[in-house]
Design a protein around this ligand. Structure first.
Ligand code: ATP
Ligand code: MG
Length: 140
């Protein structure tokens, strides 16, 4: 295992309910370090670009509208096996199928408004981190 970085997004359903601190607590308790973080509002065009891989999926338009509907907190998490560890902490995409104790089980409102995003591989993580952050913004 190696020290990795992964891109995390606290989604609009979670910022609306003031859950940023509660979610960050889950990451830190499991040993992930928040090495960069900012609260921003994505424009529809930015959300479209970020979710381009899903452009052909039936939920794409709704997802873009949701992700630009309110503030998000974008962050870089660093730690041992960070990509897979973060996916475990988040739980399954559909909160009805998410594991007990996971963020989505405890906080998600629906399969779309599921509180958090996390990169799904080290390669995707590098692209997604670069989408939001420059090197000078990350402080290990
Ligand atoms: P994320 O990419 O946000 O970390 P994920 O990898 O678990 O989540 P993906 O399959 O990449 O899930 O889907 C991206 C996002 O699109 C999901 O997090 C969710 O917000 C939304 N989504 C996925 N499937 C559906 C669906 N069937 N209906 C509505 N929204 C969906
Ligand atoms: Mg995904």
């Amino acid at each position: 295992m190696a020290i990795e970085r992964t891109l995390s997004i606290i989604k609009p359903d979670a910022t609306r309910r003031n859950l940023t601190g509660a979610i960050n607590d889950r990451f830190e308790k499991r040993g992930l370090r928040i090495v960069a973080q900012k609260r921003i509002r994505l424009s529809p065009a930015q959300a479209e670009r970020f979710y381009e891989v899903h452009a052909q999926r039936p939920f794409y338009r709704d997802l873009v509208a949701f992700m630009s509907s309110g503030p998000v907190v974008v962050q870089v998490l660093e730690g041992e096996d960070a990509v897979a560890l973060n996916r475990e902490i988040m739980g399954a995409t559909d909160p009805a199928k998410a594991e007990a104790g996971s963020i989505r089980k405890d906080f998600a409102e629906s399969i779309e408004a599921n509180s958090v995003h996390g990169s799904d591989s080290p390669e995707t993580a590098a692209q997604e981190v670069a989408f939001f952050f420059s090197a000078i913004e990350m402080c290990p």
